[in-house]
Design a protein around this ligand. Structure first.
Ligand code: FPP
Length: 221
């Protein structure tokens, strides 16, 4: 399954700044998340042409359950709406959707939609879109360790480029194992303002970096 998507790079994004984007406009936080969902659409649309074959988006961390109930419920509804509205376009554009994270605490309707969208998009071979929902990397690593053997077999593909928006510079329990050799790009842009051009700029920055994976190269010898 993974080999279908190994031709391009794996970009993972911590989509941060929805709340601040809304507050700076005097809007409720959920308006920021709604605008964030539009940025997700733009990002997914721009990714394949930039040589991205796997895109992992941090949509809801397990720690996000600590937020007020109206915000977590609103985010769950927004995710469901996204799946309802985008499934056809995913099928038409060869996007395979997959959710990572815990499912047992999600609303039943969202679990059903996730399963249905995963089934419907299973044939997609242009882009693997992984939505991290109720996701904790520590939990994922613990679960993988409990299965035994090589942990990599039970976790996702290595991340090439990690992007975090809004000026924050931390991993927040996202893909800790998979980011072992990830290049990191931090941008001050708030997630709802993130555009295809911003994604292209981050990929260009990534391509300028020299990845050594611990070895020496002509430049460092
Ligand atoms: C972080 O901003 C963002 C989130 C916790 C949620 C991310 C969700 C979306 C982008 C929308 C829905 C997603 C999909 C896939 C359709 P924040 O609220 O922590 O912002 P702040 O740090 O400014 O408060």
């Amino acid at each position: 399954m993974r080999s279908t998507f190994s031709s391009g790079i794996h970009v993972a994004i911590i989509m941060d700044g929805n709340g601040r984007w809304a507050a700076s406009r005097g809007l409720p936080r959920l308006s920021g998340h709604r605008a964030g969902a539009e940025a997700v659409r733009r990002t997914v649309e721009s990714a394949p042409a930039l040589g991205i074959s796997v895109l992992t988006l941090y949509a809801f961390s397990s720690d996000n359950w600590r937020r007020p109930r109206n915000e977590t419920a609103g985010l769950m509804k927004l995710l469901a709406r996204y799946l309802l509205q985008e499934a056809d376009r995913c099928v038409a554009n060869g996007v395979r959707l997959e959710a990572i994270g815990r499912r047992d605490r999600l609303p039943a309707a969202l679990i059903e939609l996730l399963e249905e969208t995963e089934r419907r998009t299973a044939g997609g071979d242009k882009l693997l879109l992984r939505l991290a929902i109720d996701y904790s990397s520590r939990q994922a690593i613990q679960d993988a360790a409990a299965k035994g053997g090589d942990l990599s077999q039970h976790l996702g593909p290595d991340v090439d480029l990690l992007i975090r928006t809004s000026g924050e510079q931390r991993l927040s329990d996202f893909l800790l194992w998979e980011c072992a050799y990830a290049e990191m790009v931090f941008t001050r842009r708030m997630w709802p303002d993130f555009s295809g051009e911003d994604l292209a700029a981050a990929v260009e920055e990534f391509q300028r970096r020299e990845r050594r994976f611990g070895a020496v190269t002509a430049r460092t010898a």
